[in-house]
Design a protein around this ligand. Sequence first.
Ligand SMILES: [Zn+2]
Length: 123
Amino acid sequence: MFCPKCRYEYEIGLFVCPDCGSRLVETLPPDEEPEYTELVTVLTTGDAGLLALAKSILNDAAIDFFVKGESAKDLFAAGFYEVQVNPEHEEEALGLMEDMLKGGYTLAGEDYDDEDGEDEAER
Ligand SMILES: [Zn+2]
């Protein structure tokens, strides 16, 4: 007899798994597909403000997402956040992130004074 959850074989005479309480079966069902889905990264940033913005945008769009590096420990190790979504939402999420970045939100430390360079060019 086998426990379908623990996938342990038990001696005949047991009907319930001593570990988890599941009813034992005579043959194991085929391996279940793992719940794990490969997530795709749609935004990488070290900017907590940008991350917050991205999260609210994805929330509004009802896209489930996962933020890698959000815990202080992870952030310390990696130095940046990764916003990840299910592959089925990849295109939509990427579009939203692109709009967000185009929407005038400036990354901290980003160089955006292109126009000032003209003064020197005239000389
Ligand atoms: Zn069990």
